[in-house]
Ligand binder design. Structure first.
Ligand SMILES: *Cc1c(COP(=O)(O)O)cnc(C)c1O
Length: 456
């Protein structure tokens, strides 16, 4: 499918290549499936951003993934940079994960009683992560964060939490307050159905704004249970924070008797095995994980010191439970995936590959004076139609620039590149993306940018 691209290698230099828009890929089968799905599900989907509302055309129905590739219902093939929104750091259908899951499944799928697999995954994490002593497995990132918030409230005996505009923490009530991700994509700032009294317990401030934090602690003295942040905010573009600011949050929480929660559902096991806490060497009080931890199956987790975790039921008074928590099949996927991440040089190779990829795209855009930046950290990247050197707050993103992303997304799909269907979403690189795949992807991205920037 890359024949059309192969015929012309667009270098990073300045020479014009005369690329034109590609004809649209066939989406007939996807369109048919989507029409039927709309009769079953609101918007035809089981999670809003999948509906392609902010990009061109009908959502693609996927029938297969292998390595870094995806195939849709119409047999179009793509190099995938969505990676199931982050979990697939080893790519699709990784043999080790598949084999472990298949093996464990032979003994049944769920018991509602403890299994050794929970111990195995917990030990793998705790032994290799100096920031947590005890943890609890749940079934999604949302659940992990919701439980962490309850723990912080129970532990501090305070009610209010402080979150940041542009950080997404799942869809639980107290956190759907000016949240990012799908909500911003649809141009809303909070969700219907969240009681005002819940929202009142959530203080929302802009990222990278110290005076706002100080004001909040003044105004709500001794009432703030926790500050929750994505230490690498990656649900509303990639709003990279400075280490000094994260350290400031650490210190002000300590001074005020509040807990610091790092929501590492994306950054956990992504920036390194110890996630952003390890990357920045900052110790939060509670950490939440999701996505990568489950190897593509539904797993979430929250962890902390043994002392703080001692407040969780049945040891303590903070109730939290789950019929499928620590599900053996999901644990098996997590064990297999995390074991691979512990191999020597795993993150070094992945991050280096990402750096080469993103820097090369940036050089291409800069050489042509395109108003386009590639922000990146670890194996996460974000394409932004801006000329700002850094974007640290949600309100620094120009919503009008999303029109350009929409065009880019369409051109990329037509050239066999799959990005998450929103300009506010980041991309991920997996260990399954080979240098050759990334080279192909780069050429497609170059050509697509040419088209996007040629049109007025
Ligand atoms: C994805 C995500 C969540 C929610 O996790 P789900 O598994 O979708 O419930 C929470 N926090 C962050 C930072 C996330 O990226």
């Amino acid at each position: 499918m890359f024949d059309s691209i192969k015929k012309k290698f667009t270098s990073e230099g300045n020479e014009p290549v005369g690329t034109t828009a590609k004809p649209d890929i066939c989406r007939d089968k996807s369109a048919e499936l989507y029409a039927k799905a709309k009769t079953f599900f609101p918007g035809g989907v089981n999670s809003p951003v999948r509906a392609f509302k902010s990009v061109y055309g009908t959502p693609l129905f996927i029938k297969k993934g292998d390595g870094c590739h995806l195939w849709d219902a119409d047999d179009n093939q793509f190099i995938d940079f969505c990676c199931s929104w982050g979990p697939l750091i080893l790519g699709h259908n990784h043999a080790k994960v598949r084999e472990k899951v298949t093996e464990v499944m032979q003994n049944g799928m769920s018991f509602g009683a403890p299994t050794s697999l929970e111990n195995e995954l917990a030990e793998l994490i705790i032994k290799n992560n100096k920031f947590i002593e005890k943890l609890r497995f749940v079934s999604s990132g949302t659940e992990a964060v919701m439980s962490a918030i309850r723990l912080a409230r129970g532990y501090t005996k305070r009610d209010k939490i402080l979150k940041f505009e542009g950080c997404y923490h799942g869809h639980s009530d107290s956190l759907l307050v000016k949240a990012g991700s799908g909500l911003v994509t649809f141009g809303e700032t909070s969700s219907a159905g969240v009681p005002k009294s819940f929202a009142d317990e959530t203080i929302v401030v802009a990222l990278n704004d110290k005076p706002a934090i100080e004001k909040a602690f003044e105004e709500f003295k001794d009432q703030i249970a926790a500050i929750i942040i994505e230490p690498v905010p990656a649900n509303n573009g990639l709003l990279l924070q400075e280490k000094e600011y994260l350290q400031y949050l650490r210190d002000i929480c300590t001074q005020n008797g509040a807990l610091l929660i790092f929501d590492e559902v994306i950054s956990g096991f992504r920036l390194g095995f110890e996630g952003a806490a390890g990357y920045y060497q900052i110790k939060p009080d509670i950490i939440t994980y999701g996505k990568i931890i489950g190897g593509g199956l539904p797993v979430g987790c929250y962890g902390s010191s043994a002392e703080i975790m001692g407040h969780i039921s049945p040891d303590g008074g903070v109730y939290q439970a789950g019929t499928l928590s620590g599900n053996p099949v999901a644990m098996a996927a997590g064990i297999a995936q995390l074991s691979e991440l512990l191999r020597m040089g795993f993150y070094r190779d992945l991050n280096k590959k990402t750096e080469e990829f993103t820097e090369s795209i940036q050089r291409f855009a800069t050489a042509r004076n395109y108003k386009f930046k590639v922000y990146a950290i670890g194996s996460i990247f974000w394409f932004a139609f801006t000329d700002k050197e850094a974007i640290r707050r949600a309100d620094e993103i120009d919503p009008a620039s999303m029109e350009k992303f929409k065009k880019l997304h369409r051109e990329l799909l037509n050239r066999g590149i799959y990005l998450g269907p929103s300009g506010y979403e980041v991309g991920f690189i997996s260990s399954a993306h080979t240098k050759i795949d990334l080279e192909k992807a780069k050429r497609a991205i170059f050509d697509s940018l040419e088209v996007v920037f040629r049109e007025k």
